[in-house]
Design a binder for this molecule. Structure first.
Ligand SMILES: *[C@@H]1O[C@H](CO)[C@@H](O)[C@H](O)[C@H]1NC(C)=O
Ligand SMILES: *[C@@H]1O[C@H](CO)[C@@H](O)[C@H](O)[C@H]1NC(C)=O
Ligand SMILES: *[C@@H]1O[C@H](CO)[C@@H](O)[C@H](O)[C@H]1NC(C)=O
Ligand SMILES: *[C@@H]1O[C@H](CO)[C@@H](O)[C@H](O)[C@H]1NC(C)=O
Ligand SMILES: *[C@@H]1O[C@H](CO)[C@@H](O)[C@H](O)[C@H]1NC(C)=O
Ligand SMILES: *[C@@H]1O[C@H](CO)[C@@H](O)[C@H](O)[C@H]1NC(C)=O
Ligand SMILES: *[C@@H]1O[C@H](CO)[C@@H](O)[C@H](O)[C@H]1NC(C)=O
Ligand SMILES: *[C@@H]1O[C@H](CO)[C@@H](O)[C@H](O)[C@H]1NC(C)=O
Ligand SMILES: *[C@@H]1O[C@H](CO)[C@@H](O)[C@H](O)[C@H]1NC(C)=O
Length: 544
């Protein structure tokens, strides 16, 4: 009864607050206009798994866009015997909660002029900076409110696709570097269609690189925690499947398969981090990027006795109660609607609490002891970008809190860089401090988690409000540093002056700071940024 009243009150508050957002059902016809009149010749790309027809957007006519390219079998598909080639032993039956299955060679023609659905997820009802400011961090709205508190209309189980943006001149012999981006979202949300992470402006301005962004399964669909699944780290295996597809086919789009940067922000950075130890032998990527990677996402099995309970809670509540028979439980859950499963998790607020954003160490792909992997050199080689922002996640008017969290993120970047340094791997660190009123309308927001992506992708210009020249310059500088890293790898140290980080070097290392007042890019030192990691009495510098 009490919770009933509480919910009614919360709903009332939510309804009142929601008024500032577009009304529910405002625009069900949403579909961005497409331009196909430029001719089809260089918009048609043949790959092993299909022929894809892309598009141009009149705003960026020098960019080819291929918005939906499946890279694995549909997870909602029922597989019949005999579809696969030996010697692999593919599953027969439902693909929900199975590892991504390779696509067969095909010459099927696909319309890639619109985005495919993102993986099953819901739009939170909370009002936080993620959805308060336009363009928001959650998925492109199809007309649902940004505080909908229900499943995202543009999500679906048939979601394993990626998108490719290339300069319009690119062809099979262009050999352009490829930036393969893994979006964030806490392991619960995210995907290609986040408006602030679409790279048209960046590719248009550079004309020297290709961007690929991928969808991957999230929440219980990517990280089921069932005892009966063959693999539990499906989210990571989706990333791997996408990298394999890109490595195999990107040359057709003008990309260089031997120059792939695998990079991600937040949860995307976590996945890149795990990827480097999971697929260290044959990473297929030669460079890595970990932006705002947060600590503590691998379950400590010494503390959590049974990490599988979370799946049981959902299954039993949805009528799949088979006692200890986890196989029957899983089979039953394969036939529950994904919408019902997502909505159940969305609304669940009982004990025990459940979560699907942290990973069970399986010691095959996800390892409990990262330092041990490094000590044994079981880590992908190649230089990496490692960065954080000045106010990170999440800033609040309580500066003590903001400083504490930002410090944790930065000190994790430092310890990661030291770990890499210990086995001769180069790290290029940056610290983003841009504080622009159109992106950070509250004085305490500063350079919060994800806002560096608005600079790199060039989407800051979509934000409402004045854009000072300093913001334009900072974005240009960040794009140029990234493209230099894409083209030259570790040589960026000499080419654009982005020094390798060395914690015992001069002034305890060099870090590039982007977005300081009066200086789009400048060197700061480990002595300045990292001292609070060694001496807790020293304050972390969130004000540049
Ligand atoms: C073209 O780009 C503009 C500006 O970013 C955007 O508003 C529009 O929706 C895009 N059109 C398509 C079809 O993606
Ligand atoms: C698919 O095509 C590629 C390129 O022709 C070839 O190398 C590969 O072996 C083919 N794969 C299968 C499963 O037939
Ligand atoms: C592809 O089309 C675009 C736009 O019409 C054009 O600028 C570009 O030169 C073309 N590239 C090739 C290789 O034909
Ligand atoms: C690719 O484009 C370049 C110019 O950008 C052109 O010289 C070359 O002939 C093209 N190659 C193919 C295979 O179309
Ligand atoms: C993790 O591995 C490192 C290096 O092998 C070792 O020193 C450390 O004790 C291990 N930590 C735990 C918790 O087992
Ligand atoms: C501010 O944050 C700090 C650190 O998280 C916390 O200890 C303190 O209670 C907070 N102060 C207020 C007024 O909420
Ligand atoms: C951001 O800028 C505003 C106004 O210029 C200032 O008041 C505020 O302290 C700055 N915030 C941070 C976190 O740097
Ligand atoms: C940073 O310092 C390096 C030398 O360590 C220098 O080459 C480079 O130009 C500096 N970068 C900036 C942006 O000042
Ligand atoms: C800082 O650098 C100096 C050498 O320049 C080194 O002796 C010292 O150990 C470094 N401090 C840390 C905390 O690594």
């Amino acid at each position: 009864m009490k919770t009933g009243i509480l919910f009614a009150v919360l709903r009332l508050i939510a309804t009142t607050q929601a008024k500032q957002f577009d009304p529910y059902l405002s625009d069900l016809t949403h579909q961005a206009p497409r331009t196909l009149h430029h001719g089809w010749d260089n918009l048609t790309v043949e790959t092993n798994t299909g022929t894809f027809i892309g598009m141009y957007n009149d705003t960026y006519p020098n960019v080819r866009q291929f918005l939906r390219i499946p890279f694995a079998q549909r997870p909602d598909m029922l597989l019949a015997v005999g579809l696969f080639d030996p010697p692999g032993q593919p599953p027969v039956g439902d693909l929900r909660w199975e590892p991504p299955q390779k696509l067969s060679n095909s010459s099927k023609v696909y319309d890639s002029t619109r985005f495919g659905p993102a993986c099953p997820q819901y739009v939170s009802s909370s009002h936080v900076f993620w959805n308060e400011y336009a363009p928001p961090n959650p998925l492109l709205s199809l007309g649902e409110r940004r505080d909908q508190g229900a499943v995202a209309w543009s999500s679906d189980e048939d979601c394993l696709s990626l998108a490719v943006w290339t300069p319009s001149y690119a062809n099979k012999s262009s050999q352009l570097p490829v930036a393969l981006f893994v979006t964030g979202g806490g392991g619960l949300i995210g995907g290609i269609t986040v408006p602030s992470q679409l790279p048209e402006q960046w590719v248009s301005r550079s004309q020297e690189h290709i961007v690929v962004t991928i969808n991957y399964r999230v929440n219980i669909f990517g990280n089921p925690k069932s005892r009966a699944v063959r693999e539990t780290s499906l989210t990571l295996l989706d990333v791997r499947a996408a990298v394999e597809w890109v490595h195999e086919n990107i040359q057709q789009f003008g990309g260089d398969r031997d120059n792939i940067l695998l990079w991600g922000e937040s949860q995307g950075a976590r996945l890149v981090d795990i990827y480097t130890t999971a697929f260290w032998e044959k990473p297929l990527a030669t460079k890595f990027g970990l932006l705002s990677n947060g600590p503590d996402y691998i379950i400590n099995t010494a503390e959590v006795k049974d990490p599988h309970v979370d799946f049981d809670v959902v299954a039993k509540s949805l009528g799949c109660d088979y006692g200890d028979d986890s196989g029957a439980e899983l089979e039953c859950m394969r036939h529950v609607s994904w919408v019902q499963i997502e909505e159940f998790i969305n609304r669940y607020d009982k004990k025990p609490s459940i979560s699907f954003d942290n990973y069970i160490p399986d010691e095959r792909y996800i390892f409990a002891n990262k330092s041990d992997r490094y000590a044994k050199h079981l880590v992908a080689r190649g230089p990496a970008i490692r960065s954080t922002t000045s106010t990170e996640l999440e800033p609040s008017p309580n500066l003590t809190h903001t400083v504490e969290v930002a410090r944790n993120f930065n000190c994790f970047a430092l310890s990661d860089s030291k770990l890499r340094e210990s086995i001769g791997l180069e790290s290029f660190r940056y610290f983003y401090v841009g504080n622009y009123s159109n992106i950070s309308p509250q004085p305490w927001l500063g350079a919060y988690h994800w806002t560096d992506l608005l600079m790199i992708f060039g989407t800051y210009a979509k934000m409402v409000g004045d854009i000072p020249q300093a913001e334009i310059d900072t974005s240009a500088a960040m794009q140029d540093y990234f493209v230099a890293f894409l083209k030259e790898g570790a040589n960026v140290a000499s080419s654009v002056g982005w020094p390798v980080f060395q914690h015992q070097g001069k002034n305890n290392g060099s870090i590039i700071e982007f977005g300081a007042r009066g200086s789009p890019a400048r060197n700061v030192t480990g002595g300045y940024l990292d001292t609070s990691c060694y001496s807790p009495s020293v304050s972390f510098p969130i004000f540049s």
